[in-house]
Design a protein around this ligand. Structure first.
Ligand code: ATP
Ligand code: MG
Length: 388
């Protein structure tokens, strides 16, 4: 199957320890674009300069970071991975640099940070785009001279650590907009590696799919499944927004959820049941809104629609008055009543569903005032009728 190390010379050599470790990473791909990346990885693995791996989600950034580590002299040292988006802003420095005893309320013991733990090895900073301005400053200082001071400690220490970062955002574009520190970007991207998306990797989708099916049959101890010509056409035509991860998961589902010894993909994804004709799986549902979730978001939108409808109803003219009031009464809300009890700002701005935020305010059923909504109009109509 795919050759993980591109040049023929390296294949002929007796595998050395780093080659073994690298092969275990299973970086699969044969396209020229992917082979160019592997060549670069080999070339820069054994130096200590900071590397920035950029690429769309699921393109294999973490695998490449591992390859850089296991091909280097540091392979017997630790490989510490840290997700910059998962660490609360206030804890970033103490996580990274460690802290002295008593540095803050909960610091009963001194604690070594991730930099100290990664000494002699590689520190992989994942999702660098999620780093807060404060985190960016902290990292900037460290990258300058590889020196740091644990929180609450007077002593400056130096660390023998190789930094490899990764991002799936365009950090240069963020920096141009002022949303990311340009000086940090310069320090991070001493050696940039751009991972190509799967759709730009020629036949790699087919090579990878085949390799995943082989791996799955070994993993589950079941017969090997093969790809039909239709499946191969599908793999070549699809755009793979989720890249290798999406392909890997699709093969996993195909392997587990279909009984056919051949992988057909004519029906698209076995879970999503794309329309017949072998089109690509439909786009995933839109991301959930924070705090809303599927149903919650729908409820919030429903609330907004209802609000607009009420306003329209109470604004309307013509044969409405009694009907409008009856409808408003049925819906348990009243424009006049809402004037007396205005909803709080957060609800009005739509930042949270009103029902969840202030259940006592709206749209709880309330007694409806008997007075007509527009008494003057009523009177006018009565006198008009009377004059006929
Ligand atoms: N070239 C490859 N060969 C084999 N497997 C791969 C390859 N590239 C990626 N994968 C697999 O795809 C999945 C995603 O890889 P990885 O986590 O490295 O992607 P990523 O770029 O870090 O994604 P994200 O930005 O979402 O974190 C993993 O299961 C990995 O094993
Ligand atoms: Mg990743």
């Amino acid at each position: 199957m795919a050759d993980h190390i591109d040049d023929a010379a390296s294949r002929q050599r007796t595998p050395s320890a780093p080659e073994d470790a690298f092969a275990r990473l299973n970086l699969i791909g044969e396209s020229p674009a992917f082979n160019a990346v592997l060549r670069l990885v080999r070339r820069i693995a054994s130096c200590n300069a900071t590397v920035l791996i950029q690429g769309e989600t699921g393109t294999g950034k973490e695998l490449v970071a591992g390859a850089l580590h296991y091909l280097s002299e540091r392979r017997n040292g630790p490989f510490i991975s840290i997700n910059c988006g998962a660490i609360p802003d206030s804890l970033f420095e103490s996580e990274l640099f460690g802290h002295a005893r008593g540095a803050f309320t909960d610091a009963r013991e001194a604690r070594a940070g991730l930099i100290a733990q990664a000494r002699g090895g590689t520190l992989f900073l994942d999702e660098l785009e999620a780093l807060s301005p404060r985190g960016q400053v902290a990292l900037l200082r460290f990258l300058q001279d590889h020196e740091y001071r644990p929180v609450g400690d007077a002593q400056v220490r130096s660390a023998d650590v190789r930094i490899v970062g990764s991002t799936n955002a365009e950090l240069a574009a963020l920096a141009a907009r002022g949303a990311y520190r340009q000086d940090l970007l310069f320090r991070l991207s001493v050696l940039p590696i751009d991972l190509p998306p799967l759709r730009a990797r020629g036949d790699d989708a087919v090579v990878l799919a085949d390799a995943f099916l082989e791996r799955l049959s070994r993993q589950y101890g079941r017969p090997r499944k093969t790809l039909t010509p239709g499946a191969i056409a599908f793999l070549r035509a699809y755009a793979w927004p989720g890249n290798v991860r999406e392909l890997e998961n699709l093969m996993h589902r195909e392997f587990l959820l279909t009984d056919d010894p051949q992988v057909n993909l004519g029906h698209g994804d076995p879970l999503r049941q794309a329309p017949a004709g072998g089109g690509p799986p439909p786009a995933p549902p839109p991301p959930r809104r924070p705090g809303g979730g599927g149903a919650g978001g729908g409820r919030a939108r429903g609330g907004a629609r209802r609000g607009a409808h009420h306003r329209e109803l109470s604004r309307g003219e013509g044969a409405r008055d009694r009907r409008i009031r009856a409808r408003l009464r049925r819906r348990g809300a009243c424009a006049r009543q809402r004037k007396r009890e205005p909803r709080r700002a957060s609800c009005r701005q739509g930042t949270q569903p009103a029902r969840q935020a202030h259940p006592q305010v709206w749209p709880v059923r309330r007694r409806i005032p008997r007075r007509p909504l527009r008494p003057r109009l009523d009177l006018a109509r009565v006198s008009h009728r009377g004059s006929r």
